[in-house]
Design a protein around this ligand. Structure first.
Ligand code: NAD
Length: 261
């Protein structure tokens, strides 16, 4: 498939599970990918995988919650690839796990810096650059946790509700420029982030093992398993492409039916 031939896509959190799978997907469909992550080693691994497969990718090590660094990675994208057509605002952290009174203030602030402010900064600074190309698409990573209660994950859930809200407003504000803005709401995806949640849940005594956590979630999910990162990447690639051309302001759930159960 050549849906992204001639297109430039920025992927943040590109060293992580969903970001890496998406960088691979965009590049495999002919796109030029600007990969952003603050972890150098993880970022390098993504660059190597994509290049070894013959893909076009350039990496920038940046903190997505810092305005200057966001401007820098976008400037770098324009300088290396000539512009931006699609922004996948995906980097995120899970923060603390536990009842709300145990969530400390520093963790709460960091969750909003990395999960919320970064999404606004990315949209803010990418808007004129994407508009210069005559339009394009932005996809923000929210979560199923942005649509429902998330006991033991209050800060994370609140940050993802904010991403859903920002997506709707940005979609309306940017429609006249031909920029579509959507968010994705994955259920549990097999990545490093979920391993962190599983392990913390064990240490808090909420479950006896990571396997038990996975089993309980899978049992409750109509399709009976975690989502694969490559399945999320396929959704993101659809939303960013012309095939998703009449979709904007939408929250696309990919959770095996979990929210309906
Ligand atoms: N894994 C899940 O079950 C799940 C479910 C729903 C939503 N999400 C969301 O998907 C997104 C990707 O998560 P993932 O599952 O791939 O997790 P992950 O931990 O594998 O990847 C997250 C990546 O973001 C990067 N990152 C974190 N803070 C950053 C910062 N300040 N600047 C730059 N990069 C930063 C990390 O280095 C990491 O490579 C996140 O926004 C997460 O909240 C994940």
């Amino acid at each position: 498939m050549d849906r992204y031939k001639g297109k430039v896509i920025v992927v943040t959190g590109a060293g992580g599970g969903i970001g890496r799978a998406s960088a691979i997907r965009f590049a495999s469909e002919g796109g030029s990918v600007l990969a952003v992550d603050f972890q150098g080693e993880a970022l390098s691994k993504t660059l190597k995988i994509v290049r070894d497969a013959g893909g076009d990718i350039h990496g920038v090590q940046s903190d997505v919650g810092d305005a200057e660094q966001v401007q820098h990675y976008l400037e770098e994208c324009v300088s290396v690839f000539g512009g931006v057509d699609v922004l996948f605002n995906n980097a995120g952290i899970v923060g603390g796990i536990g009842p709300l009174e145990l969530l400390d203030e520093a963790t709460f602030d960091e969750l909003f810096r990395v999960n919320v402010k970064s999404v606004w900064l990315g949209m803010r600074f990418a808007k004129p650059i994407i508009a210069e190309r005559g339009g394009g698409a932005i996809i923000n990573t929210a979560s199923a946790a942005g649509l429902t209660a998330t006991p033991t994950l209050m800060g994370y859930g609140a940050s993802k509700h904010a991403v859903v809200g920002m997506t709707k407003t940005a979609a309306v504000e940017m429609a006249s420029m031909g920029i579509r803005v959507n968010c994705i709401c994955p259920g549990i995806v097999s990545t490093q982030m979920i391993q962190t949640i599983e392990n913390k849940s064990v240490s808090l005594g909420l479950v006896s093992s990571a396997d038990q956590y996975q089993q309980a979630y899978s049992d409750r999910t109509p399709l009976k398993r975690y989502v694969e990162a490559s399945e999320v990447a396929a959704l993101v690639a659809f939303l960013g492409s012309d095939e998703g051309g009449m979709i904007t302001g939408e929250t696309s759930v990919i959770d095996g039916g979990f929210l309906q159960s």
